[in-house]
Design a protein. Structure first.
Length: 445
């Protein structure tokens, strides 16, 4: 267990005076392009609590955006990392390799969906993983086109900006973007023109027609899909959509890439969200939850696809850094030994009834969705008026922050709360966080 006290404590304004001071230094020292959602400066964290520089103890419903799934400074991660930094910190795997990289690759090959022969390459960030997955797919197929979806988020590098759907803040005036990226409609039940039932019936057909008419199957190297979309609004596609798309890719010689950077590593109650869809992706991109907070990312795919690339075609100075690999081994061990997939399901069981009750009271809650400890509520204006309610979302968010609850929002229209608590947080803390959310909601409508 964490030695950070597992209690909420708000003893100053949020942010407190010391944080305010640091935020002034931030303004003077850090590019304005890097902004902070809740400028409380953190000193220590563990379990479900962040301790700030003013001594406040905040309940964490964000896990640093789905990263500290095993908890912050999780004991096994700390232990492995501490040992590794004493042994060696870097050699570059492409120069003189080390066993820890192999152990992470073996773990990913085993844990990702499918029991076929697989290979993995390691990188530093989710964007880098997605870029490399696309590189491999293009190389393997000899084709150029990449299909991504409405509301997709794949990162901030040039290629992944092109694949990301939302202009502000990710793309605005950062172009020109990489070419040969095409966008298809997302299966988004809540906002499908004819409603959820029509979405299940129609979204795959619309996808197929649009790719056929606007791109041509034979030109497509890869279709890249988040099985549950992250930044775009925690959109869970209609049942069967992911599987239909993956099967269609197989039929057309297209590499199906699952971007599980946010949904991976026990977050949804399975090791990977693809499992729930009964899909075995050709390539799966992972990062965020993989290493308990250290920067690491993986691209895992069938041996045939991954080994099609010439030697030296993939890599990078830091990719699969030994300290990050040690952290990943500690994180994966934690997920296994503490059965964090089951814990994510318990979190869902704790959250959903309360969110549903809230939705019964407030017509501004239009939709509740997600899986495991990756849950969201979408805010609208009222019954029958699905207009996104970003103003209320921002107000509730602010009210939560003031009470010492770290909440995150998302969505193309900025009107979705997403809940991504660490799986090390106790039921007591999660319930208290929900109390705060409910009160903040009632006070803000
Ligand atoms: C966060 C995220 C990325 C980008 O990962 P970085 O580590 O920030 O580069 C890509 N895809 C998805 C689904 C993400 O949630």
């Amino acid at each position: 267990m964490s030695n950070v006290p597992q209690q909420r404590l708000v003893q100053t304004a949020i942010p407190g005076p010391r944080s305010v001071e640091l935020q002034q230094r931030k303004t003077a020292a850090v590019s304005a392009g890097v902004s902070t959602g809740l400028p409380v400066y953190v000193e220590r964290a563990g379990g479900g609590i962040l301790v700030d520089v003013d001594g406040n103890q905040l309940i964490d419903f964000g896990s640093g955006i789905a990263v500290t799934t095993v908890g912050n400074a999780a004991p096994r991660v700390v232990e492995r990392v501490s040992q590794q930094v004493q042994d060696f910190t870097h050699t570059c795997f492409m120069v003189t390799p080390y066993e820890e990289y192999l152990e992470v690759a073996e773990a990913l090959n085993e844990l990702t969906p499918g029991d076929h022969e697989k290979r993995t390459a390691l990188f530093n960030s989710g964007a880098e993983a997605v870029e490399n997955a696309v590189k491999v797919a293009r190389h393997y197929t000899g084709r150029n086109a990449v299909v991504a979806f409405d509301h997709a988020y794949h990162g901030r590098t040039n290629l992944t900006m092109a694949m990301t759907a939302k202009n502000m803040p990710y793309k605005h005036r950062f172009g020109p973007f990489a070419g040969e990226v095409y966008r298809a409609p997302m299966s988004y039940p809540f906002r499908w023109p004819g409603g959820p039932a029509d979405c299940a019936k129609e979204s795959f057909d619309v996808f197929v027609q649009q790719v056929h008419a606007q791109v041509g199957e034979d030109n497509v190297a890869a279709v890249v899909l988040e099985p549950i979309q992250g930044e775009g609004g925690f959109i869970v596609p209609a049942p069967g959509f992911v599987k239909q798309v993956a099967d269609w890719c197989t039929d057309n010689g297209i590499v199906f890439i699952a971007d599980e950077v946010q949904s991976g590593f026990c977050r949804t109650g399975d090791w990977f969200a693809s499992e729930h869809e009964r899909v075995v992706p050709d390539i799966i991109a992972t990062a965020k939850g993989i290493a308990g907070g250290l920067p690491l990312a993986g691209v895992t795919g069938s041996a045939e696809i991954m080994d099609s690339v010439h030697g030296g075609g993939l890599g990078g100075t830091y990719g699969g850094n030994p300290v990050a690999c040690a952290a990943a081994l500690g994180a994966i061990q934690t997920m296994k030994e503490e059965d964090l997939c089951s814990r994510a399901k318990q979190v869902e069981a704790l959250f959903l009834p309360r969110l549903k009750r809230l939705a019964d009271t407030f017509p501004q809650i239009g939709d509740i969705r997600g899986r495991g400890a990756m849950l969201a509520v979408e805010l609208i204006h009222g019954p029958g008026d699905l207009t996104p309610n970003a103003v209320l979302t921002a107000a509730v968010n602010k009210a939560c922050h003031a009470e010492g609850l770290v909440t995150l929002t998302c969505g193309t229209f900025g009107n979705v709360f997403r809940f991504l608590p660490p799986l090390a947080a106790s039921d007591e803390l999660l319930s208290e966080g929900l109390d705060i959310f409910e009160k903040a909601f009632a006070a803000s409508v």
